[in-house]
Design a protein around this ligand. Structure first.
Ligand SMILES: [Cu+2]
Length: 460
């Protein structure tokens, strides 16, 4: 018998009004639950508001489109075009990468367990390719492993893949040519279960993490590189990666996937504890779920977690590697120690090397290698206008774009009325207004200091 979510309790207006609903756990306030072996500990089986009968919540990968299909003879037929594409990592910063159907990552394929799918792949690359359907248990001839299982698809040629999907879970498609993978040729394949998972979630998000090495003034990745200086989530870098916006009290699923060439990502979410419910291949039995706030995702792995959004606010959601929290990093040119000293005399007289003068007056050099004089990310008027142009960021604190870069985004947990203002109206919301209202209701307004109104651009 399908389980139905409980009647929705009235949304509280402050922490003081919130009661426990589930053995010490509340969907409306930070809480833990009383028994680590209980069903509701850290919200483990607290259902969303969506009924199971409504089917799975639609999958949302911010900043990516879905691939349309037509049904022919009971088969869902998709068309993928492998091609060079331009992707705007940050406003005005367009990179020449490779992807599918004009997008990097490619558009999302969203299907249901039991579907039979046909994917017609056109190769518009200047070289051979194949497409692999990562994780599927299919007839080997459609596996897309270059030369091992099929002849390469030549430039200008088409190849048809067709198979039935008996699995459910988080999958992806990607080229099976290594250097093409480093150029970004990847896309989601989400397979919803025939019988929706219990407990039901209200939201189902996907974040796909990638790295690229792109030298200054270049727009093409160096796929030979062992180092990485550009980082994208669903093909955009923070603060251009669009935040996840949910309603206070909802049950939320997030699927994380790492398609970086060589680096893993410890992904950390602030303000909540989540349950790891699945990895790339399948749902995990509930007895094996693990509560965490940081999850390490290795290359080509996916992790799926669920949580109850019981803590209102704008929360950081990011890779914790320090070099993955910035962008377009380059080694600053020029001397690091002998600042303002010319080394010509030293080099011209190597026999009688003049003594090296390590005397410095800049306190910064007391700590080797720091500060490095890294140039801050340039945020022009146009850049900030684009960042603020999306409804998902309305009412955030004015300087938020300064703190979210590279593999960083935000999770916004908004009480229903504030969610309505941000996501469902075209109201002009002043910068910081939504955040301040959350502090007023759930925080400590007496000690809150508003942000300096930097970056007021455009109408907001
Ligand atoms: Cu990382």
């Amino acid at each position: 018998m399908p389980m139905v979510g409980p009647a929705k309790p009235a949304a509280p207006q402050s922490t003081a009004q919130v009661a426990d609903e589930y053995d010490g756990f509340s969907r409306y306030k930070p809480s833990r639950g009383d028994n680590p072996d209980g069903d509701y500990y850290c919200g483990k089986l607290v259902p969303g508001f969506r009924s199971l009968d409504a089917g799975p919540a639609p999958f949302v990968a911010p900043d990516l489109d879905k691939l349309p299909y037509v049904v022919k003879d009971g088969v869902k037929e998709f068309e993928l075009v492998a091609q060079p594409v331009t992707r705007e990592f940050l406003p005005g910063i367009k990179m020449n990468v490779w992807g599918f159907n004009g997008s990097m990552p490619g558009p999302t394929i969203e299907i249901t367990q039991g579907d039979r799918i046909r994917i017609i792949v056109h190769n518009e690359l200047p070289e051979e390719t194949t497409v692999h359907w990562h994780g599927f248990e299919m007839p080997v001839q459609y596996d897309g492993s270059m030369t091992l299982t099929q002849n390469p698809i030549q430039p200008g040629q088409t190849y048809v893949y067709e198979f039935s999907v008996h699995e459910e879970g988080t999958f992806f498609y990607h080229t099976h040519v290594a250097m093409q993978e480093a150029f970004g040729m990847i896309g989601w394949i989400i397979v919803h279960p025939r019988k929706p998972h219990d407990p039901p979630v209200d939201r189902d998000f996907g974040l796909l993490f990638q790295n690229f090495q792109i030298q200054p003034n270049q727009s093409i990745a160096d796929s030979w590189s062992m180092d990485w200086n550009w980082h994208t989530i669903n093909g955009r870098s923070g603060p251009f990666a669009t935040p996840l916006v949910v309603k206070h009290g909802e049950r939320v699923r997030v699927r994380l996937m790492n398609f970086s060439p060589m680096q893993h990502h410890p992904i950390h979410m602030h303000g909540h504890t989540f349950w790891l419910t699945a990895h790339e291949g399948a749902r995990a039995p509930k007895s094996s779920w693990i509560p965490r706030n940081t999850e390490l995702i290795a290359v080509a792995q996916a992790s799926v977690f669920e949580f109850v959004a019981n803590n209102p606010g704008d929360w950081m959601f990011h890779c914790h590697m320090v070099h993955h929290m910035m962008n377009h990093m380059v080694r600053p040119p020029g001397p690091h120690i002998r600042q303002n000293n010319n080394v010509d005399a030293y080099l011209a007289n190597l026999d009688q090397r003049p003594a090296v003068d390590f005397v410095h007056t800049d306190k910064g050099f007391d700590t080797p290698g720091y500060p490095q004089g890294m140039k801050g990310m340039k945020m022009s008027e146009e850049f900030l206008q684009r960042v603020w142009s999306r409804r998902e960021v309305q009412g955030m604190r004015a300087p938020w774009p300064m703190s979210i870069a590279g593999l960083m985004t935000a999770l916004r947990v908004l009480p229903e009325d504030l969610y309505h203002r941000v996501m469902e109206t075209d109201e002009q919301i002043p910068k910081g207004a939504i955040f301040e209202e959350i502090v007023n209701r759930f925080g400590d307004p007496a000690t809150y200091k508003k942000a300096p109104m930097m970056g007021h651009h455009g109408s907001h």
